[in-house]
Design a protein. Structure first.
Ligand SMILES: [Zn+2]
Length: 187
């Protein structure tokens, strides 16, 4: 018990120090939406209706099949449903976790944000920064698989007091992606 407290204390100090270094991502203050599990910021040039459609028309209804009375016809509701699905797939039910989701206007924008936040080049269409509890994703790749992969990273990294090895987190996130892909094939 005492040991756990010490670990948590140092963990928090380390996180705060890292956050201070990486807090300013120069992300434009564009459109903002809120849901139970996400604070969503999107670049002003992003068309939220198109974004919702690229996520998968009908996905909301498929995910909310056990939630009568809730319509999956808007982005925040569908994102929360996606979150719940992923938490259930991982068997890591973090009901109170809320993370930031920042949607870049295109791949080039995402790359430029990565240079600021990570200080390196990225080839992926999305990434998650634990210290900032933020998912960054390009609007050009706003699919449930790509987004789901990063949501899995957010859940995995908050579920354990000590972070699992990067390879393990990658395997689990890949598994979530695979499960979400199967969902598309269902009638
Ligand atoms: Zn990953």
């Amino acid at each position: 018990m005492h040991f756990t407290r010490i670990v948590v204390f140092f963990f928090c100090v380390w996180s705060a120090a890292s956050l201070a270094a990486a807090a300013d991502d120069s992300f434009p203050t564009g459109q903002k939406l809120e849901s139970a599990h996400f604070l969503i910021y999107s670049d002003p040039q992003v068309d939220l209706t198109a974004l919702f459609q690229s996520l998968d028309v009908g996905l909301g209804e498929a995910l909310l099949v056990n939630e009568p009375g809730i319509k999956g016809d808007n982005l925040p509701v569908v994102l929360d449903a996606l979150y719940s699905r992923i938490a259930a797939t991982l068997d890591m039910n973090l009901y109170s976790l809320r993370c930031m989701l920042k949607i870049c206007r295109n791949d080039a924008h995402l790359k430029s944000v990565a240079r600021v936040v990570l200080d390196r080049e990225v080839e992926a269409p999305s990434f998650y920064v634990y210290e900032m509890n933020t998912i960054y994703i390009s609007a050009e790749h706003f699919t449930k698989e790509v987004l789901g992969h990063e949501i899995a990273h957010a859940i995995i990294s908050h579920y354990f007091v000590v972070q699992p090895p990067a390879k393990v987190a990658e395997i689990l996130s890949g598994y979530v992606e695979y499960e979400l892909r199967k969902l598309s094939r269902q009638p």
